[in-house]
Write a protein that binds this ligand. Sequence first.
Ligand SMILES: [Zn+2]
Length: 155
Amino acid sequence: MSNVYPSNPDCIFCKIVAGEIPCHKVYECSNVLAFLDIGPLSEGHVLVIPKGHWETLEAVPAPIVAECAIVCKRVGRAVAKVTGCAGWNLLQNNGAVAGQEVPHVHFHIIPRAEGDGLGYRWNAGALDQDRAGQLRDAIAAAADELADQTAPQEL
Ligand SMILES: [Zn+2]
């Protein structure tokens, strides 16, 4: 099964997918695996990964991104039901500078509670209106140009 995906023999998540390293699996389907994070930020912290080795989100084929999103929803609901958490974060650190420690795309599902002390700096600035127009136009043009050929037609 695992050899139909791109795989990296040095990747800890690829080793988990291949069964070479054990995990506490909570969900699995043909392209996606979900398991407990061994360094949980809170009880019930789960990782959702595509079985294939892709380092960043933009490298993952669109249908597998969609499957990951569906699994995140399903497993997130399951985690919330079991932990009774008031809410949960869905977090994907995309690239080392963004805090990605394992270079194999993964989504964190992190149960949250009032006063749990978790969080991150969110030092919001103010959107400059002139710059906003430039950014809007540039990003919109790039988004059109970078249409994913594997995505459904409307994307
Ligand atoms: Zn990998």
